[in-house]
Write a protein that binds this ligand. Structure first.
Ligand code: PRP
Ligand code: URA
Ligand code: MG
Length: 216
């Protein structure tokens, strides 16, 4: 299978391991402790792939056997920005890879009747325009919430090509709408679902991610 179904969509390798993790979290019978545990495993893979997208510079080191190893070192500063509530579930996975990483928050809620997003609150690092930004939200359905959050980042001076949207499941139509507006943002995802239902939920999807991770 191609790992890049659309331009600027990075689909992480569709291994049997990954498929097994998605099978658990998509199963309606899966209870909250397992839902959290297996979602966290996927989140970790998404974070590692996001980090893999960042630039590096050549670096050589002396090894303990007095040999030279030609490697690389990481370039640039990063921060995470979670779209509250569900996006907060991805913060820990980022912290596990990037110690004491700065994290901003954007509170956007999708109206349950209309599925339209509403922005309530934002708190972002002052120097965010100088950083690579990992925008965190597990679900991209219509794309409305992610677009609203990206608008907030752009208004703060972040360039599109410095934003990486990390996501567990997106829809084809959500990706198309998002990239029509923000073609240079990279979406790092583990699954692209076929369509949305009459309530604008992903199909096959997994239901309400925030409820399953935090409440049910
Ligand atoms: C969910 C999800 C995304 C949004 C996706 O959040 O976490 O933010 O919906 O839908 P969209 O692409 O159609 O905008 P929701 O607002 O339901 O709140 P939650 O994070 O509290 O679950
Ligand atoms: N939010 C979710 O949690 N799930 C969906 O399928 C769509 C929006
Ligand atoms: Mg949300």
């Amino acid at each position: 299978m191609s790992t890049e179904p659309f331009k600027n969509v990075i689909l992480i390798p569709q291994t049997n391991q990954l498929l097994g993790l998605y099978t658990i979290i998509r199963d309606a019978q899966t209870k909250r402790p397992d839902f959290i545990f297996y979602s966290d495993r996927i989140i970790r893979l998404l974070v590692e792939e996001g980090l893999n997208q960042l630039p590096v510079t050549p670096k050589s080191v002396e090894t303990a056997t007095n040999q030279t190893f030609e490697g690389v070192s990481f370039l640039g500063k990063i921060c995470g920005v979670s779209i509250v509530r569900a996006g907060e579930s991805m913060e820990q996975g980022l912290r596990e890879c990037c110690r004491s990483v700065r994290i901003g928050k954007i509170l956007i809620q999708r109206d349950e009747e209309t599925a339209l997003p509403r922005l309530f609150y934002e708190k972002l690092p002052d120097d965010i325009s100088e950083r690579y930004v990992f925008l965190l939200d597990p679900m991209l359905a219509t794309g409305g919430s992610a677009m609203m959050a990206t608008d907030v980042l752009l208004k703060r001076g972040v360039k599109q090509d410095r934003i990486f949207f990390l996501n567990l499941i997106c829809s084809k139509e959500g990706v198309d709408s998002y990239h029509e507006k923000f073609p240079d943002v990279k979406i790092v995802t583990g699954a692209v679902d076929e369509c949305l239902d009459e309530n604008k939920y992903l199909v096959p999807g997994l239901g309400d991610f925030g409820d399953r991770y935090y409440c049910i």
